[in-house]
Design a binder for this molecule. Structure first.
Ligand code: UGA
Length: 455
């Protein structure tokens, strides 16, 4: 069984660590943030990820996983070190490698005079060429040892989705390993030997590209769905009916075609921007991705358009904004579409009252001074309109009568199909949704001459 150190105890590091520990490996989670390590040590997961606290507690009780601030000690006996540090967006759109470089520096120092082989696994999302041209040279410089002499660098991108990251780590739909030699690839396949999903072995650069292209496809699928949903709404067609039908075509698929206020989160927008920039620099411009990003920036404004269609001017209107995280089942507000919606509402003079089952406090840090209602009822009370930005289960359970009972005018704007339009079709609610066109009566054939004369 492998001895593994994981540098970076975010959701990728922790969920990967739990999954590897469940395979019987010995895992040490390392982070530079003392509060994170302190939380992990007491079995608390410092972010919201369903199932992770219970799984972490079990692994800790079995002694298969631990957390520390001491990278040097964790690296001492390790055979593998996973780099799971963040690569946030720099102002120019490229990924910031400062955490990755710092981690490589630490590993390089640990390699000095060390016996035993260390496989350095780059899991952080990095542009093609980073493992070979940044991490490996850094290790060589700091350790004074050439690549292959006591260590090797491989790439093993992650495909975890927040909110189901642990489930995805335990049951991946594929594992991709990029390695410079078959030996290096085999060493890491040893760790994953009991996983039965498809396995792909390539070189590091290809593995890094696979990660970006996967996210580029997903984002583009959402972007195209949003564009078609906007068109559907204008011509009296329901996008969700269209999506259901086209989704039966396995070449299109049913996932990632839900229209909404745009894609957010810490990955899709950032990775797309990085790939666009990288493509430009490589003289192979990614025009479709450029348009996808532009469309994504415009998409939150669809909510404002629907609101104005119902309320006219927004000045002085009280609007409840529900669903602040970038998607349900997470407290993560990074790149949430709720922020541009909030800002546009404020700019239009609306009074905004926000609510989220989990992400209220995190959103308050982004939108300083925003009002966070403690309950859904408080948010809806006296509102001229309610905007649902994400489809939390708690919201899906709201009966239409509550809107009529609490709100000044029961206008509901559903950015993400939180509610079934049929259930909202009665008189209690004025319901509008992204991609939901008002059906038009079918065109009647012209009456025949005989019918006309009969009248
Ligand atoms: C995404 C990818 O889905 C993961 O495969 C990848 O590993 C991860 O990025 C990463 O690079 O680390 P995540 O950011 O957790 O995962 O979130 P997604 O579930 O992909 O959702 C991203 C955004 O797209 C959300 O705002 C979501 O609401 C939106 N979305 C998703 C739609 O608007 N429509 C859909 O049909 C699906």
């Amino acid at each position: 069984m492998g001895r593994i150190a994981i540098l970076g105890a975010g959701y990728v590091g922790v969920c990967t660590g739990i999954a590897l520990s469940q395979q019987g490996h010995d895992v040490t989670l390392v982070d530079v943030v003392a509060s994170k390590v302190a939380a992990l040590r007491t079995g608390r997961v410092p972010f919201h990820e369903p199932g992770a606290p219970e799984a972490l507690a079990r692994a800790m009780a079995d002694g298969r996983i631990r957390a520390t601030l001491d990278a040097r000690k964790a690296l001492q006996g390790a055979e593998y070190v996973f780099l799971c540090v963040g690569t946030p967006r720099k102002t120019d759109g490229s990924p910031d490698l400062k955490h990755l470089r710092a981690a490589a520096q630490r590993i390089g120092r640990a390699l000095v005079g060390r016996s035993g082989f260390l496989t350095v696994v780059v899991k952080s999302t990095v542009l093609p060429g980073t493992a070979d041209d940044v991490v490996a040279p850094k290790l060589a410089r700091v350790s004074g040892r050439v690549r292959g002499d006591g260590y090797e660098v491989v790439s093993n991108p992650e495909f975890l989705k927040e909110g189901s990251a642990l489930a995805d780590a335990l049951q991946p739909d594929r594992i991709v390993i990029g390695a410079p030699t078959p030996d290096a690839a085999n060493r890491i396949w040893m760790l994953y030997r009991s996983f039965t999903c498809p396995r792909v072995t390539v070189d590091c650069r290809t593995a890094e590209m696979i990660k970006y292209v996967a996210n580029a496809f997903l984002a583009t699928k959402v972007g195209l769905s949003n564009e078609m949903a906007n068109l559907c709404e204008r011509i009296g067609v329901d996008w969700y009916r269209v999506a259901e039908a086209i989704g039966h075509d396995v070449r299109i698929g049913r996932d990632f075609i839900r229209a909404g206020a745009g894609f957010g989160g810490s990955c899709l927008p950032k990775d797309l921007e990085a790939l666009v920039r990288f493509s430009g620099k490589t003289h192979a411009p990614a025009r479709i991705l450029e348009e996808t990003l532009k469309g994504n920036a415009r998409q939150p404004l669809q909510v404002l358009r629907l609101l104005r269609a119902e309320l006219g001017t927004l000045g002085g209107k009280r609007v409840a904004l529900l669903g602040l995280s970038f998607k349900p089942n997470t407290d993560d507000v990074r790149e949430t579409r709720a922020l541009p919606i909030y800002r546009a509402l404020r700019a239009a003079g609306a009074k905004v009252v926000c609510h989220d089952p989990l992400a209220g406090e995190a959103f308050r840090r982004l939108a300083r001074g925003c009002v966070i209602a403690p309950t859904v009822r408080d948010a809806l009370e006296g509102a001229d309109a309610a905007v649902f930005q994400t489809e939390w289960a708690e919201y899906q359970a709201i009966p239409p009568s509550l809107f009529q009972g609490l709100m000044k005018t029961p206008v509901v704007i559903d950015a993400r199909r939180t509610f079934d339009p049929d259930a909202m079709a009665g008189d209690e609610v004025r319901y509008r949704a992204i991609g939901l066109g008002t059906p038009r009566p079918p065109v009647q054939p012209p009456a025949r001459a005989s019918q006309r004369s009969a009248k």
